[in-house]
Design a protein around this ligand. Structure first.
Ligand code: ASP
Ligand code: MG
Length: 470
């Protein structure tokens, strides 16, 4: 009998009707001889509003708290009333919801009085989104007369480190606990419904595994339960060759390797949490991205070795906006061991993530790509720390009107002429390339152009590599 973990994202559970649809998808598959564990995200938009209210509470702004929790309660009550029909089940879920919201109100009031929002208390607040959505999905499944049981990530047995906001599972311990707690239920055909995104550290304190982390929860659960496949139900058909808003002819990719999919997740194809594939890669468990509104489509299947016949060198092209290019230059860096380390140390200590690096063998200049919003902080900190200190760095400059174009595909590895085709295509458009990087994995080539040229570049590359005919 097939075992599957199914994860439903925020839009899949945005309304009561959607949740009814989710419950019917789950139960239809259960009827077809499948053992299913369900992972759910918060209702669409709820996590963002929790962040906002937590920030307001920190500023000791108490007056908004009650209005907020009232609105949140109403939203969930309305969802409950359409997600299930049995008055008894509605009553049960309503009670859980009211109790949970009362707890949230206390937490927010506490933050308000202390006037401090630590990463730990922030995770606690953020956990409420999933703690409110999962019982509704549980109720909707129960409403269809299937045996089901609801768990928080902590109750299910997901134990993480204490890196609040981006926690990672302690996989051995987690596997043991999930196996013990959920395994027997699954065997009996009971459907466990687990909150995505949230877990707990070894002391039982709530952690979250990073924004969009329900996918990660799903693959963690999939590994622990030894399932046949993990299905990520979302609101798009699968992973596309590019953003269809840029190229309307963009195609859905039926198969990808783990490496390719991970690469695309990192490059902002917003279909998956970037770390979500880590657990399943080791165990070789396939992941399927499927459209909850078009379950008749097969979606994108992510496996170790997708169809060996595929010969396309380039499979997808993405544009990453909202970035800036930072240039650090100085003759003092030439031949000076440790000079790059000093630059990255300043950025690291100031919590500035470097997304892309390029430097020439002349060593007098490093170019980096960072998030645009961090640019001011990056320049000022580099200036304070490095300029005029023994002449290591003489200039820090930046361009904030750029975009990164990433061209991806596993078969680029060892294929000659891909880079030349890409750059010739860009040159033919009369567009200047500001910076280039290719990792030695050869899974992608990334380069930087002015943001205003980004759309034209993506279209030209999509066309050059015939991605609409994939
Ligand atoms: N609710 C969380 C978020 O919005 C986790 C998820 O949706 O996967 O980031
Ligand atoms: Mg989400």
């Amino acid at each position: 009998m097939k075992k599957i973990v199914m994860k439903f994202g925020g839009t899949s559970v945005a309304t009561g009707e959607n949740i009814r649809h989710v419950a019917s998808l789950v139960t239809q598959n259960a009827k077809n001889d499948c053992r299913i564990a369900v992972v759910v995200s918060a209702l669409a938009g709820v996590t963002n509003t929790l962040i906002e209210i937590a920030e307001q509470a920190k500023k000791s702004d108490e007056k908004h708290i009650q209005a907020f929790t009232k609105e949140l309660l109403d939203k969930h009550l309305a969802t409950i009333s359409t997600a299930m029909t049995s008055k008894q089940v509605q009553k049960e879920v309503t009670q859980i919801t009211e109790k949970t919201i009362a707890e949230l109100e206390k937490v927010l009031t506490g933050i308000c009085y202390v006037g401090e929002l630590t990463p730990k208390s922030k995770d606690y607040v953020l956990s409420f989104g999933e703690r409110l959505s999962a019982p509704i999905v549980w109720g909707a499944i129960k409403d269809l007369k299937f045996e089901t049981q609801c768990f928080t990530g902590k109750e299910a047995g997901i134990v993480t480190d204490s890196n609040f906001g981006e926690a990672d599972p302690l996989m051995n311990f987690t596997t043991h606990l999930i196996h013990e707690r959920l395994g027997p239920l699954l065997e009996k055909g009971v459907i466990p419904v687990v909150t995505g995104y949230i877990a707990a550290n070894q002391d039982g304190i709530v952690t979250t595994v990073g924004r969009g982390g329900s996918d990660y929860t799903a693959t963690i659960l999939g590994v622990a339960l030894g399932v046949d496949e993990v299905w990520i139900w979302t609101d798009v058909d699968g992973i596309m060759t590019t953003d269809p808003k840029i190229v309307p002819k963009a195609k859905m990719l039926p198969q990808l390797s783990y490496q390719e999919a991970a690469e695309m997740a990192i490059f902002g194809a917003k279909v998956m949490h970037p770390r979500a594939l880590e657990p399943v890669i080791k165990e070789n468990i396939p992941v399927r991205i499927r459209n909850v509104f078009h379950p008749e489509n097969q979606g994108t299947l992510i496996t170790k070795e997708p169809d060996a016949k595929a010969t396309e060198v380039v499979k997808a092209v993405a544009m990453i906006k909202d970035v800036a290019m930072l240039n650090v230059s100085g003759a003092g860096m030439v031949g000076a061991p440790g000079s790059y380390a000093k630059v990255f140390d300043v950025l690291g200590k100031n919590n500035i993530n470097v997304m892309m690096i390029s430097t020439a063998v002349s060593e007098a200049n490093i170019s980096m790509i960072i998030r645009r919003g961090l640019l001011g902080r990056a320049i000022s900190n580099l200036e304070i720390a490095l300029l005029d200190r023994g002449g290591l760095v003489s200039e820090v400059s930046a361009e904030d009107d750029v975009a990164v174009i990433a061209v991806m595909g596993a078969n680029m590895k060892g294929t000659l002429g891909v880079a030349s085709r890409i750059f010739t295509t860009v040159a033919r458009k009369g567009i200047n390339i500001r910076m280039i990087a290719q990792g030695s994995s050869e899974l992608n080539i990334s380069f930087v152009v002015k943001e205003k040229d980004g759309t034209a570049v993506v279209r030209a590359i999509h066309e050059e590599f015939n991605l609409d005919k994939i």
